[in-house]
Design a protein. Structure first.
Length: 384
């Protein structure tokens, strides 16, 4: 249960984010349709030879006012969406949801005028087109879609009962059928939307897993050589820009082949994991990093730390391994697992390759001098 909860939570967050982004995109087309429909209603009398809409004695110009409101609100929000510098901003999605409610109330008032005025022949096809437009545009968010559909549908049903000359059961069933079609269409489209999101989330999870496999050592869980090289390059770049310090410790488990031969490879894996844990415990803070370079060889990177910091970490690592005392009966150095450490300190204009080479040379001298010790890089020991 606990393993599936984070994944479900991630999916819900991803779905909410996609709904928020989708509404700012799809509402554009919905607003354009509202503009066209409102222009059609406003110009309906001008292009007809007959007076098609009977005028109510009260309140006057309700239909024209609501259509102007639809036209103004849709045009304004379209302009804002187009000119917004960040089209994924949260306030844009909130604005889109708000204008959907406003348009719903305006259309509900206009359909009331149509029905109360006796202009019934346009109601069903026009309302059906408008509601299906909302369905296609807003199916991915049930609350926003119902915010538009419910007021319009209820007002039409109420006005038909109150003002239609002879409302029949068949007429009522027609509106109920329309509502059922809208809901079934919403469920179908929303299921496709969620299916696409799940596929997208699965791909994201797979990419994340592949990135983890590519960057971390599967045995110990710490960074691998590739990841370490990236961290080293970044640390050198940062130290070059800020003039800060940087140090590195190369670590090698003493006589690890003998350990494997004596205890077996499974015990050897357990040993490497424990050494990695002690490396993580020995570093100063979260800015420091540890990596497994291969086999029994590890590295510690100390951004912002110089020689003194590296010496403290090296001492702490040796002390921790002595206290944890992993048995190594076949070691000529000690009866527990020990490590040899080579310390190198970065200097301006030094490359990562040189820093690693110096740490490796210092490690070689530590092993040459008896192991279970740390050694600083000494340029005087290297051949000219």
């Amino acid at each position: 249960m606990t393993a599936t909860q984070p994944r479900c939570l991630n999916f819900e967050l991803h779905a909410a984010e996609m709904r928020r982004q989708a509404i700012t995109v799809s509402v554009n087309w919905f607003l354009w349709v509202n503009i066209l429909f409102s222009l059609f209603i406003l110009g309906r009398n001008y292009f007809s030879t007959e007076q098609l809409i009977a005028q109510l004695p009260r309140p006057p110009y309700v239909l024209e006012s609501t259509m102007v409101l639809v036209l103004a609100a849709s045009s304004s929000v379209l302009f804002i969406l187009r000119m917004a510098p960040d089209r994924e901003a949260l306030w844009l999605s909130q604005l889109a949801k708000g204008v959907v409610l406003l348009l719903s109330l305006a259309w509900a008032a206009s359909f009331y005028v149509f029905i109360a005025s006796g202009d019934l022949e346009i109601i069903f096809p026009f309302a059906a087109l408008l509601l299906f437009t909302a369905l296609i545009s807003l199916y991915f968010d049930a609350r926003v879609l119902l915010t538009f559909i419910v007021p319009v549908w209820l007002m039409i049903l109420f006005s038909t009962v109150m003002y239609a000359p002879s409302p029949t059961v068949l007429h009522m069933l027609l509106w109920v059928l329309l509502a059922a079609m809208l809901e079934s269409g919403r469920r179908m489209l929303n299921s496709w939307f969620l299916l696409a999101l799940r596929r997208s989330q699965e791909k994201r999870d797979l990419i994340k897993q592949l990135e983890t496999l590519a960057s971390f050592d599967p045995l110990t869980g710490i960074a691998n050589r590739r990841n370490f090289q990236q961290q080293l390059d970044n640390a050198i770049h940062e130290a070059t820009l800020t003039g800060g310090e940087l140090a590195m410790i190369m670590v090698d488990v003493d006589h690890f082949k003998r350990f494997n031969d004596h205890y077996g490879h499974q015990a050897g894996d357990v040993c490497l994991r424990e050494v990695a844990n002690q490396l993580k415990s020995a570093i100063r803070n979260k800015n420091d990093s540890v990596a497994r370079l291969g086999g029994e060889e590890f590295a510690i990177l100390l951004p912002g730390g110089g020689r003194d910091a590296a010496l403290r970490v090296a001492r702490r690592l040796a002390w921790r391994l002595e206290n944890v005392a992993i048995e190594h009966a076949d070691s000529p150095v000690a009866k527990h697992v020990t490590v040899s450490q080579g310390i190198s300190v970065w200097k301006p204009e030094m490359s990562g390759t040189v820093l690693i080479a110096q740490a490796d040379a210092a490690l070689y001298h530590a092993k040459e001098n008896g192991r279970n010790r740390w050694n600083e890089y000494d340029v005087s020991r290297e051949p000219v």
